[in-house]
Design a protein around this ligand. Sequence first.
Ligand SMILES: C[S@@+](CC[C@H](N)C(=O)[O-])C[C@H]1O[C@@H](n2cnc3c(N)ncnc32)[C@H](O)[C@@H]1O
Length: 405
Amino acid sequence: MRYHQSAADICLKTDENPALYILCRDGYNDFYSGEVTGSVEGIKREKLCGFSGKEYDCSMNREIYRNASGFIVSYKSTDEPLLFNEMKSRLNAAALQKRGEASADFNVQNYEEVVAEIKREDFIFMAHIHPYMQKRDIEGKTTDYEIYLDMLRELLPMLEKSDTMVCQCKIDSAVQMEYSNKELTALLAEELRKHGFVVEPQKAGTVISLTVYDKQAYMGVSAMEDNVSDWTGGVLFYSKNEDIICRAEFKIEEACKTFGIGLAAGMRALDLGAAPGGWTHFLSRQGLLVDAVDPAELSDKVLQMDNVKHYKMTAQEFVKNREKASYDIMVNDMKMDTNESVDISCEMSSQLKEGGICLMTLKLPKTGAMKRIKIARKVLERDFSQVKIRKLYYNRSEVTVLAVK
Ligand SMILES: C[S@@+](CC[C@H](N)C(=O)[O-])C[C@H]1O[C@@H](n2cnc3c(N)ncnc32)[C@H](O)[C@@H]1O
């Protein structure tokens, strides 16, 4: 099966600029599960996220979803109320029962309903989802290995030998385990290979998902394109290194992967609220020419770069005194009231090329977050043709917005 990127329309739009392409993804912790009835036969979901440019080949028969007894959803634990509201409002979840610190049961009518909603791509707080066909009790000891292998063997008849596999294992447990995600992944991959399957994460069209919560394990099989994310639990981890200026750099990197934003040397970028310079550093390292706007100091590391120009002023002053420019991408991570920040992005949209991208964060208040998000979307849609909003793994009290002119 051929997979077309979620924002194929955006891809088309930016065809004249092949370096700029879009697709999506997101990330997180925690999970809950819900009962599944019905089938998702015939449903082809466009992915929210994945590896840029990847095509997914999967000849798996979707009828296997009929064997699913539930689904595991990943989200960020701090967003639990927002995620639950989102799930309830979109999936008519009749009953929501929290089971543990990081899990809950959802009763939804059927899995088809879930997948159809995922296709709409407007979940903000859901990071990942996978169906499960096997559920077993485990001890957290290496003696569990036989249980996992047995679960996998039960799934084997549902798999197509011609499909490339990936195993995604996630231990989401406060209980100390004798093994790690990595060890579980290797265990399952080895077993698949023993049975003649090709296991290759970067090319996989079929996913074996295993989520372990406390003393319970959930395993399922799904087509990669029916998952919200290509990454286990939707999480992409970056390890801190001396090269980065601040943690915010991971945030823009994750956003670019999530939304599949391709950057190329020579593109022009505007960074509003640039200090201390993480986002500017990320953009300039890839050869973009960056106008960095912030009244605060930028790190010497970015100031020394030839392709960075610091405008030591507020965004409002920059807007007033701006020279005519034509940016490929505008980023805005200003610590500012969401309404005001959105207004500035809209005002600056005239400086973006057609098909240009605005990537911004919305700093959310403790209460009324959803209301703010809704207003922001509405206002942005006046000046931008596409608006997507996601809570990313590296977002704290904020969400990330992709708006395409
Ligand atoms: C979260 S930090 C940005 C971090 C930055 N993205 C990075 O990677 O280093 C928020 C920044 O917004 C800036 N800011 C707040 N109000 C601003 C305004 N009106 N105009 C420009 N920058 C502003 C602050 O000075 C601060 O440096």
